[in-house]
Design a protein around this ligand. Structure first.
Ligand code: SF4
Ligand code: SF4
Length: 377
């Protein structure tokens, strides 16, 4: 969208403040600079080439880009896209991102991951019994199971269980010995130039390996490969699927059998698997699969599109961790069950962080934990 169109859209704002009730970063800070409406005003200054203050810059960079405000606005203003576009403009003018983003982006370039992990430890999630026979890139398959930084380093069972479930089902796939970062963090920070370089390298790698299907475990990777890569590279024609969609199909065709676990859990729809991704089956499939595991599934909103963000999207924890901690606490207070389940390792990691920081008693798990446990029962 060009800047005049963005400005026109911003100016169509009625100042009704409906969006404020939907924005968690506003609700936990009560700071208008950290609200959708306030951020639109900052973006307007950016597009009008006016200087913004450091507080206003932080206002833009504490947006999780969860897109919940977008569905609330009676004027249908694409608020989160406008906020994002203003970050891109600031980066182009060398006025952003923040120091923390530059530090993490440097880490991504040097270590191929966004979490400061030792690249030699990237495969630590791989079970010993599979290690000796794993062929990695040499395996003759056009399907790649891709884990991303969060599954590989931070929530390792969200790599181990998807891998083991596909192996148990006899699914044909390969994995990489040296997996690169998908680039979503860099893109979210507004640095499109560096992000595009990462996308290009990854596309070339996938082409070299003959990849036609990509299965991912992380919401950020899903959104990046299926939405952002295609936006910039029209010839990117790889079929991208979330692991849940694949497991759902395997269960339907009786390649895996689920046995009852008899527990009650709360399922959380990650923004980048749900609302932002806009793929209906990825609302129903996780619920159905969890129910087939014999679990009573509670949810955070009757309308899955309105499920609140976990509070960690778009690198906000590095900018102001207190906001994540407060959002998480609010979210936990709405949950009756001990277990909270997500289909994104970033949400799982953030829930664990929030639980620790708030000294609560919640158990945060990646969705395939239950599926694996149910298969093995
Ligand atoms: S809901 Fe839409 S119109 Fe109302 S204040 Fe927010 S952005 Fe403006
Ligand atoms: S995208 Fe999410 S965090 Fe950002 S302004 Fe909208 S509701 Fe708030």
């Amino acid at each position: 969208m060009n800047e005049n169109v963005l400005l026109e859209e911003i100016q169509s704002c009625l100042d009704c403040k409906t969006c404020l009730d939907y924005c968690d970063t506003y609700k936990v800070t009560m700071d208008e600079l950290k609200s959708p409406n306030g951020r639109l005003k900052i973006a307007e200054k950016v597009f009008n080439n006016q200087e913004i203050t450091d507080e206003e810059r932080i206002g833009l960079y504490t947006c999780t880009l969860c897109a919940l405000c977008d569905i609330a606005c009676p004027q249908e203003i694409k608020i989160s896209e406008i906020i994002y576009a203003s970050k891109v403009k600031l980066v182009e003018e060398n006025k952003a991102p923040l120091e923390i983003h530059n530090k993490i982006i440097k880490g991504i370039i040097e270590k191929d991951n966004s979490v400061g992990g030792n690249p030699n430890e990237r495969l630590n999630w791989l079970p010993e019994n599979y290690k000796t026979n794993e062929l990695f890139e040499k395996k003759d398959s056009d399907t790649l199971l891709y884990f991303g930084c969060m599954s590989s380093f931070r929530v390792k069972e969200s790599a181990t269980h998807p891998y083991e479930i596909l192996k148990l089902a006899g699914y044909d796939f390969k994995i990489l010995e040296k997996e690169p970062c998908c680039g979503e963090y860099v893109y979210s920070a507004g640095n499109v130039k560096v992000a595009k370089d990462i996308f290009k390298e990854n596309i070339q790698l996938f082409k070299r390996l003959g990849i036609k299907n990509l299965i991912v475990t992380c919401g950020g990777c899903l959104y990046a490969f299926d939405k952002i890569y295609r936006k910039y590279f029209e010839d990117f024609n790889i079929n991208v699927r979330h692991i849940i969609d694949v497991i759902y199909e395997l269960e339907k065709s009786s390649k895996i059998k689920l046995k009852p676990l008899n527990r009650t859990i709360t399922y959380h729809d990650p923004c980048r698997v749900g609302r932002k991704y806009k793929n209906g089956p990825l609302y129903s499939e996780p619920r159905e699969l969890l129910e087939k595991c014999g679990l009573k599934v509670k949810v955070l909103s009757a309308n899955p599109e309105e499920t609140p963000c976990c509070g960690s999207g778009s690198g906000i924890r590095g900018v102001d961790s207190s906001i994540c901690i407060k959002i998480g606490k609010e979210l936990f207070n709405q949950i009756e069950t001990t277990d909270i389940v997500s289909a994104c390792p970033l949400c799982v990691f953030n829930f664990r962080y929030v639980n620790y920081k708030n000294q609560m008693d919640k158990e945060s798990r990646y969705i395939t934990d239950y599926i694996f446990e149910s298969i093995k029962k």
